[in-house]
Design a protein around this ligand. Structure first.
Ligand code: BTN
Length: 265
């Protein structure tokens, strides 16, 4: 059995991303709770974490099953980032968590935009949501971003209500449970390093390219009610996916992609 997380232990990590810590046994969604706190002015570096979530949420409003043993958390981030650069947060965070997983010998790769996969099975989902404000110069600046991370850790894939071959957990990959506090420390420290590089996206992109499993793949994308197919060629400076289709090059800022088997268009 791994040790239970406590607020005191988390605070003692001294992470700049966890200056304010709210730890729950159970909560609807850490994402919603973090947003409430952000709206009422909580500072950068507020961490909301819960042993379980009763209404965990994935992208596109999907349900996110969150049993005990996972790392379910949301961070409140504030920065002077221009709001149009906010999509970078997803890529920077994906890179930070991927690097943290490699530190514990889990070979996670990033599937654009926000999934971490091990041998094609999802081990972590990332949900970055931002809120803008207008500055005195009437420019749009980021007010806050809520960075949600759901990392499957100390439970078995069949504890989630999806087919086993689609998901991985740290237990299934390492054959043992991990200390959640140690895991949290590694994740926060890696995220802190990567988030500081959000303004230097070229450097981030080099690392992202080395740790992704999307580029070079044939993919199918659903967007605005249409389906596009092509080869994932690269990322832009905004973190958008450059897709080479039969009809030309398209930039996908956000969307759901499916990796297809190799072959012609
Ligand atoms: C996805 O892959 O669709 C993103 C999943 C994000 C899940 C995390 S778990 C912590 C935080 N709270 C939520 O309700 N969602 C995010």
């Amino acid at each position: 059995m791994s040790k239970e997380l406590t607020k005191t232990d988390i605070e003692a990590c001294g992470s700049p991303l966890a200056r304010v810590v709210e730890l729950h046994d159970a909560v609807g969604s850490t994402q919603e709770r973090a947003r409430e706190l952000a709206r009422s002015g909580t500072p950068h570096g507020t961490l909301v974490i819960s042993r379980t979530q009763l209404g965990g949420r994935g992208r596109r409003g999907r349900r996110w099953v969150s049993p005990p043993g996972g790392l379910w958390m949301s961070l409140v981030l504030r920065s002077e980032l221009a709001v149009d650069l906010a999509p970078r947060i997803t890529q920077v965070a994906a890179l930070g968590v991927a690097k943290a997983l490699w530190e514990i010998d889990v070979r996670a790769l990033i599937k654009w935009p926000n999934d971490l996969l091990v041998d094609g099975r999802k081990i972590c989902g990332i949900l970055a949501e931002s809120s803008a404000k207008r500055t005195r110069q009437k420019e749009h600046e980021l007010d806050f971003a809520i960075l949600g991370i759901g990392l499957n850790a100390n439970f078995d894939p069949h504890d989630l209500e999806v087919p086993d071959h689609e998901v991985a957990t740290l237990r299934s990959e390492l054959g043992r449970d991990v200390d959640l506090l140690e895991l949290l420390k590694i994740v926060l420290s890696s995220l802190d390093v990567e988030l500081k590089r959000v303004g230097d996206f070229d450097a981030v992109l080099d690392d992202w390219r080395a740790l992704n499993c999307t580029l070079g793949q044939r993919v199918r994308v659903q967007r605005f009610g249409e389906t596009l197919e092509g080869v994932a060629a690269d990322l832009t400076q905004d973190g958008a996916l450059i897709l080479k289709t039969r009809d030309g090059v398209v930039e996908i800022l956000e969307g759901e992609i499916e990796h297809l088997r190799p072959g012609g268009f």
